[in-house]
Write a protein that binds this ligand. Sequence first.
Ligand SMILES: C[S@@+](CC[C@H](N)C(=O)[O-])C[C@H]1O[C@@H](n2cnc3c(N)ncnc32)[C@H](O)[C@@H]1O
Length: 249
Amino acid sequence: MSIYYIMNKVYHQNYKKFWEGQQNSKPPVSENNWFQRSAEEASLLIEGYAETIVDVGCGDCIITCLLAEKFKKIYGLDFSNSMLESAKINIVNKGISNIHLIHADLLQIDEVITEKVDAIICSAVIQHISIDDLNLFIKKCKNILNEDGKIIIIGIPNLKCRDLYLINFYKNNSYMSLQSILYKYLKLKLHIFYLKLSKKKYFFYDGIGNWYLTSVFKEIGDKNNLVTEFYNSNFISYSYRFNVIFKHN
Ligand SMILES: C[S@@+](CC[C@H](N)C(=O)[O-])C[C@H]1O[C@@H](n2cnc3c(N)ncnc32)[C@H](O)[C@@H]1O
């Protein structure tokens, strides 16, 4: 058993504990109509005929509810009881009857869903799982995916863009010169260095989690004999993120 494996398990437990105490999905404050736009993005990527879909890490089901009018049946899967309690309230309040909630970890997807599905969407979840778990998750999704089905991962933070994200490059709609980028980046690094020196236990967290290179998804697709497609996000201030679709070969 490697140290990496143990750290991953500890991290997973802590992350689960965090979500166990939450009642809502925590959309980014900077985005208006976040849920509507995410649901639109998911629908656009699903494109074509789909009846049964799964929303993995559905949280309080705001996006799931928006998708419910477009598809016949939706499974909402989440490992947090408190999030699923909020989901139940939202579903009842909206009078929706085609969402089926499942309390499970995403790695149990092919045990708890026993029919083939047309699309599996996963929005704002994978930043907190390891590459090994991501690979396993895709493998398991494949087991329940119809021949023409799609696995759609939405809002993946692109590692190539992380430094620019940290200096608020994407928040700002105005022109930023290379000089100003370098200046802001240096200032940020010095600030972090100072905090690390002055506070012994200081740990820098960027508020996002794991950032990915697109090549990781290509490798996972190839390993699982799936076709991998990449799409940019439709959100302008979200252009540091990308979306991925996996399909059967
Ligand atoms: C940021 S919220 C996103 C909710 C929704 N998909 C959205 O885009 O608004 C992340 C959700 O993923 C769930 N989640 C995270 N890791 C999970 C896992 N390993 N298995 C199942 N659910 C998970 C959390 O409980 C939480 O409800």
